[in-house]
Design a protein around this ligand. Structure first.
Ligand code: ADE
Ligand code: ZN
Length: 316
């Protein structure tokens, strides 16, 4: 099995249908709008964000997040993943009355337990939710900077990219950067080249979540290649949510041909009936990536990982 690494997965988006059902019966929540039998329903982006929130709402204790991270990392280790980052949004925990610190410590403990058992390495990217507005995103950045956890090494922003302009969130990214966190941001999933350029200019991130719509501009692809910006590409997510109609219409090959550095990621795996392993399979079967190219995308992910130099050298 090819060694893998993942940079882009939302931890509440990784709750399996089985885990969601168990928690829903504990808290008496109806999952009919979210699950169809043992599968997540296919939704458009706004419907998906609503489902995400319903599921996130089921996890309420530090121990729930420890278990979630442990199960997620154990499953990844079984796919021969050496390294994985997760996006964690303290706003979700706060919505159910859990302190951000307990939330992050629970996740960190789960990563550590899976690491001790399976050897997989992990880090947490504290993530602001864009549609909650600039103040909430700045608050998330402060939580990331102040939590004092070794496994929190990055800051990012997810949520509805059609809300606001990237520059509205510059303060949050300044707080995170000044506090020593590395930066990524969702851009170029729902908004085209303009939104990506503004994200690079004003938020000064080193990676882009998705970033695939850069393929609409040769100039922007050239810039991304020249500035060594790494793209966190999530093919199954893009098709499931309708960013592209089919894998044939997906620009992954075009981005690679333009010299952009790409990685393969699962985003919210059970929602899109995918896994990191499946993303690599899509890479091989639908994009014609060779084993060497798949290994190169793992290498790119490790090179762009939010880890210190010693850890990176050990993983490479
Ligand atoms: N949150 C979870 N998945 C997301 C995605 N694909 N885009 C934006 N926000 C998200
Ligand atoms: Zn995402």
């Amino acid at each position: 099995m090819i060694p893998k690494a993942e940079l882009h997965c939302h931890i509440e988006g990784a709750v399996s249908p089985t885990f969601a059902r168990e928690m829903a019966s504990r808290h008496n929540v109806d999952l009919e709008p979210v699950l169809d039998g043992d599968r997540y329903r296919r939704q458009n982006f706004i419907g998906f964000l609503a489902s995400y929130d319903i599921v996130a709402n089921l996890l309420r204790e530090r121990a729930d997040f420890e278990r979630l991270a442990y199960e997620h990392y154990s499953a990844l280790a079984g796919q021969n993943a050496l390294y994985a980052e997760i996006f964690a949004s303290p706003a979700h925990a706060e919505a159910v009355g859990l302190s951000p610190q307990d939330y992050l410590e629970g996740l960190a403990d789960g990563i550590e337990r899976a690491g001790a058992e399976h050897g997989i390495e992990g880090r947490i990217i504290v993530t602001g939710v864009r549609h909650l507005g600039p103040d909430a995103v700045s608050e998330a950045a402060k939580i990331g900077v102040e939590c004092g956890l070794d496994s929190v090494t990055g800051f990012g922003m997810a949520g509805n990219e059609m809300v606001g302009r990237p520059g509205d969130y510059a303060e949050a990214f300044d707080i995170a950067r000044d506090g020593g966190l590395r930066l990524t941001c969702h851009a170029g999933e729902w908004v085209g080249p303009d939104g990506i350029e503004e994200t690079l200019d004003l938020l000064k991130v080193e990676r882009l979540g998705h970033g695939v719509r850069a393929a609409e501009s040769d100039d922007l692809m050239r810039r991304i290649a020249e500035e060594n910006i790494v793209l966190e590409v999530c093919p199954a997510s893009n098709i499931s949510l309708g960013v592209y109609e089919s894998l044939d219409a997906h620009p992954l090959r075009k981005l690679i041909a333009a010299g952009c550095r790409i990685t393969l990621n699962s985003d919210d795996p059970p929602h899109f009936q995918t896994s990191l392993e499946n993303e690599y399979r899509i890479g091989r079967q639908s994009f014609g990536l060779s084993d060497n190219e798949l290994r190169a995308s793992t290498r790119t992910a490790i090179e762009a990982a939010f880890v210190d130099g010693d850890t990176r050298a050990r993983l490479l």
